[in-house]
Write a new protein. Sequence first.
Length: 365
Amino acid sequence: MSAQPLRSPTLRPHRMKKEESFLGKLGGTLARKKKAKEVSDLQEEGKNAINAPMNPSTVDIHPEDTLLEENEERTMIDPNSKEDPKFKELIKVLIDWINDVLVEERIIVKQLEEDLYDGQVLQKLLEKLADHKLNVAEVTQSEIGQKQKLQTVLEAVHDLLRPHGWAIKWNVDSIHGKNLISILHLLVALAMHFRAPIRLPEHVSVQVVVVRKREGLLQTTHVSEELTTTTEVATFSSERDAFDTLFDHAPDKLSVVKKSLITFVNKHLNKLNLEVTELETQFADGVYLVLLMGLLEDYFVPLHNFYLTPESFDQKVHNVSFAFELMQDGGLKKPKARPEDVVNLDLKSTLRVLYNLFTKYKNVE
């Protein structure tokens, strides 16, 4: 549960000498031995000291965040970043994704920090995504038990991600400490690694307030933390081609390419009284790709080999994968795009697939 909001106490001037600063009081162990009222005063001043460089913003600081040991540091998200629509969208997309994956487990996540910190939901999520059971206790109430479970879950995550070059930006302490930045880094990595059927908002960054204690004084700095880049960078699509150049440097020519491809596919799909107007959406379920391959190679594709009216993400991926197999059977190289990319409405991936067909079959009547 979230900590209760800190109430502003009434400061009593005669209890605080003017020359005594808040930071000076945190220098030793005196703050921990003060009477309850004085500690409350101290915490309030701590909030003001940390917020001062950010005025007029107000950072939601837990009382314990102002009582740091020497060389200890805490991080928190700038409240302005929390209100960023792209940041809110990222959190919503991830929560919806987790709930979709775990719907059969009857698990409902409402708040990432509060629901994922103890490792229970992360365990179920990883087991479902990787289709592998982890050897951990089902329920752990103690902090030690929770961290042990979390350690096992994160080790399994790292074994999956490290070979693919993922930077690990989280650990047991940060996840268990409900650090939202760490939790988001972890979830974004999992979503990208497992090709989640979601569209993550691109270029999401947040301003992070870092509070450190050095030589008895609290120091605050602000840093920018990047949570997502672009879909292609995050999925390690390193080979660039003409479509990368087209998207990056000649977007004005994109409409010409799309028009040419639409003309090409409709030339053949019209034989079945089908017509395409939107490349990225109408090929996403794989049906038109399968039918198009049959028309180009002049054969009938048995309907039991694919889903004519796919409903789930897996059924759509099956269709696109099947179409890719037909392309390879026809002598084309394995498509650079992944079936999941096409299903996820990635226009560049869809264009690559269709352009390969256009290159080979443009003279087919």
